[in-house]
Design a binder for this molecule. Sequence first.
Ligand code: COA
Length: 260
Amino acid sequence: MSDYQTIEVTHDGPRSTIQVQRPDKLNALNTTVLEELEAAALDLQTRDGLRVVVVEGEGRAFVAGADIASMAEMSAEQGRAFLRQGHDTMNAIESIPVPTVAAVDGFALGGGLELAIACDLIVASDRAAFGAPEVKLGIIPGFGGTQRLRRMIGAHRARHLVFTGERIDAETAADYGLVLEVVDADDFSGHIDSLASSIESRGPLALKAAKRVMHQGQDLDLDEGLSAERQAFADLFETEDRLKGMEAFLDRRDPNFNGE
Ligand code: COA
């Protein structure tokens, strides 16, 4: 448990869960939520034994966007500081060294969509809805959406979402490649639990290396990316975990990784 006011971070062995908790405002991101999310992400970046992180929202929204009521009162200078905080927060989430899962069981709009795409995997319930409605407010996505969305679903679909501001349902989001899978809302938490369990049972050093190399590769050419892959693979060959993993396979039992 944590001392935050607008989020809660819980730990269960190798899994940590961050829940945004402003359900009466559909978990809209004001400065406090952004600062607390950044602090939580920075804290998780150095947490021993962590293997997977789930990000979710309380109630009927994942996150319905940046807080419009706060933004309406901001000067241009305050708006710039808010954006800077938004970027710092999403970068901190993206830099959590283990796989992160956005569990979207409701609205993921604007900053909520941007929070989801700062995570590695997005799983949606069948009542989830996604969108980048900022142009309806006379602004553009400002917490990384103009950049990360294109990387995740390609330029054409990213432009469609950003130019129209229209919402799409979970099935369409899956069609776009934005969502990994759509799950019945009644089975949602069980499904997230089994996905997180599957990830956290794998080699912890391998999980971190895989995430790091795949992220690096987005901004490298193929040769540089393959070189990063070779280096990470060679480093893993030096670890006890890879011996444990391979011996367990040959002995037909589950491995017992210890992250060394
Ligand atoms: N910022 C601030 N408050 C928000 C919010 C946001 N992004 N999204 C929802 N809320 C608040 C509403 O103002 C309302 O507060 P109130 O009860 O004090 O009036 C509460 O959350 C519930 O929202 P409401 O609009 O009554 O729910 P709904 O089911 O009718 O509609 C949405 C849900 C998500 C369609 C609608 O709230 C919406 O369009 N939100 C804004 C989405 C957006 O533009 N996000 C991008 C911002 S950059």
